[in-house]
Design a protein around this ligand. Sequence first.
Ligand SMILES: Cc1ncc(COP(=O)(O)O)c(C=O)c1O
Length: 447
Amino acid sequence: MERSSSEIIAENREYTLFSWSVQGTANPMDMAGGQGCWFWTKDGTRYLDFSSQLINLNVGHQHPRVLEAIKKQVDEMCFAGPSMATEPRGQLGKKLAEVTGLQKSFFTLGGSEANENAIKIARLFTGRDKIITRYRSYHGATMGSMTASGDPRRWPVEPGIPGIVRVFDPYCYRCPFGKTPDSCKRECVSHIEEIIQMEGPHTIAAILVEGITGSNGLLVPPDDYYPKLRALCDKYGILLIDDEVMSGFGRTGKWLATQHYGIKPDIVTCAKGLTSGYMPLGAVIVSSEIAEYFETNMLYGGLTYSSHPVSCAAGVANLAVYEEEHVFENVEQQGEYLATRLEEMKVLHPCVGDVRHIGLFSVLELVKDKQTKEPLAPFNGTSPEMGALAKYLKSRGLYAFSRFNMLWVCPPLIIGREDLEHGLGIIEEGLKIVDSMLEPQLTAADD
Ligand SMILES: Cc1ncc(COP(=O)(O)O)c(C=O)c1O
């Protein structure tokens, strides 16, 4: 018998645990199918996916070429142990070396595991312990990756793993040093050098950063940030680990976000857009120097499902879609339009303090007051205005990710102008509601 949305949700809630939720207040919607940029519930409610699920479904829902590759691999050979050589594993490794300029991949099941293994590899290779990360960062939910994250999700697992040292971020809208990008001396890099000296350069294995910070506010750094950070790493023999789990594979219009800045990391971690989420897969991609080291030294690491053939086959097909269907060109075109529309919203709406965008990776940062920049919701909190905005977007069939005082716009990379405009139109209506909620406060402040 066909089951309704509410029956499915009730069963899920009774027998499964939902991530990042107080279970009694978890409010999942059910999902029964999807196509392209849209998905729907069992009861037929349709949503435009402005979040690519968890900013991972880059080629959209149910892309036929990726589905076909998965089905073919399942029929041929569904599983091979991690010590086996398989065709899709080698093909995917070779392609990743080509697009990143690095050498060898170690495959995991997702981004958290990729970062765990990157930390381990950096420690083995350098013989040093400490890892520098940034406060406004998320690197995953396993114990090590969670500790490496700066964001409040790490608080409950502290003290976590030892050896993590945190630094400030290139957050120009709210510069931690009180500067502006045109006149600052890039204190966001120079203070890292001071911290390196205080910690002892010989104790630091790596600096681990998100290519472009994603779920902590989409922080697009100034153009010279990465060249300066790379130079700092080189000066002290510290590895640069680039977490491209969210910002990689075309989200910004290039394979890696750091490729916009002309630098090469020593290690790249990735997941999400590697298979567009069609199968679980992550990777740690290492430079030829690191690969060479492990020719004669043990790689202390392994996972039963490392290099899963079905996941690797999905990855090969998904990367071919990016290239052969000119997906990154679409990101550039639609990204330009998205940028223009977001900048307009910033001018038109009192509640929009800042917008940040690169490719189809963007955020609106909402404020109570443009002058004071008071956030529309506190750090690590929410507010009636943010709640009303989220409720409105959902009621209009727009699925978008919001957190604290920010709203992300990260649609599938295959989105066309019509769907993009449709979603942005709904967001504009939502912003009007927020503006009107703020009006009495603005008037009261004027009195
Ligand atoms: C930048 C970044 N790194 C790592 C992760 C963790 O990846 P996963 O959830 O696949 O373990 C995420 C997840 O959102 C992420 O955004």
